[in-house]
Design a binder for this molecule. Structure first.
Ligand code: MG
Length: 300
């Protein structure tokens, strides 16, 4: 099953499920307008199969929104692909390297992503997003996938300059709109092996990343179990599981995103997530001031 939160301009979101070739409304039966609300209400994939909502046809302007608009947690994994470690000439970490984003970072499919004045080194990262369906606390690896409801695509948008200058990654990766998500959540029963999915990204039609989740250093089950040892994972939480090689920063020469650039991310079996970069204006030629590292720019 594929779950889509959708809306046209000015109208409230609705949740729908694509099943047996039909898109069926779920909002009428469940009250939920996205996957996060559905899971918070305790609805499981088994229960979903029994809900027989009316068939809906989407108008042209009725488009997918982020499937989880306000995740309680967005947990991310750094350096989790062997090929991404190799392109940086570093050894893979000994255990998962977790960091976080907040709900301010969530952006809809198709939305413009603002390149802040604080950066001249904006980059993308195509990542498999894991959606938690059942509370997980101190669980083992063997049972971890039973707590996974489904999968989506997350773009771990990153400011490479601030990633280095701030000495940790909160602003570099957690800024407004830096977690475009969607276009759908595909339930776990439709993903036969989360460690055998091709992921790709393009910028303006040119291929940047082309890899597979088989390259993960720590697989989905290990990440879920690892996080759950001290963090209770709740239904609707999202884990972005890291990105493979090919990001702009490690290309030769390095490449970065700017106004008008079209990002396209695809994960096999899940879909395509597209967003366009828009520059916050005016641009500044004083990076330290624009980033707040030096004296704050009085013109902001
Ligand atoms: Mg990442």
């Amino acid at each position: 099953m594929q779950l889509i939160s959708h809306a046209s301009d000015g109208r409230p979101r609705r949740l729908a499920v694509r099943r047996d070739g039909h898109l069926r409304d779920l909002t009428e039966a469940t009250g939920a307008t996205d996957v996060g609300e559905l899971l918070a209400a305790g609805i499981t994939a088994d229960r979903l199969r029994e809900i027989d909502g009316p068939v809906v046809e989407l108008a042209d302007d009725d488009v997918p929104r982020a499937p989880i608009a306000r995740p309680g947690k967005i947990i991310c994994v750094g350096l989790n692909y062997h090929d991404h470690c190799r392109e940086q000439s570093i050894d893979p970490p000994a255990y998962p390297m977790l960091f976080s984003k907040f709900a301010n970072a969530v952006a809809d499919p198709g939305a413009s992503i603002t390149r802040p004045r604080a950066t001249e080194k904006l980059d993308l990262e195509c990542e498999l997003g894991v959606v938690i369906g059942r509370r997980a606390s101190r669980i083992g690896r063997a049972e971890a996938l039973e707590h996974v409801f489904g999968y989506t695509i997350v773009n771990d948008v990153t400011m490479r300059d601030l990633q280095k200058e701030d000495r940790q990654w909160l602003r570099a990766k957690g800024s407004d709109g830096f977690a475009p998500m969607g276009p759908a959540v595909v339930t776990a029963d439709d993903i036969s092996d989360p460690q055998a999915l091709r992921l790709r990204s393009w910028v303006n039609g040119e291929a940047w990343q082309d890899s597979t989740t088989a390259e993960m250093v720590f697989d989905v089950a290990t990440i879920v179990a690892f996080a759950s040892q001290t963090i209770t994972l709740e239904p609707g939480d999202v884990i972005a599981t890291g990105t493979p090689a090919g990001v702009g920063h490690y290309q030769q020469p390095p490449r970065y995103l700017a106004d008008g650039d079209a990002m396209r991310l695809e994960i096999e079996g899940i879909g395509i997530l597209e967003n366009t970069v828009r520059d916050a204006l005016p641009r500044s030629d004083d990076h330290e001031s624009a980033a707040g590292i030096g004296e704050l720019d009085a013109t902001r």
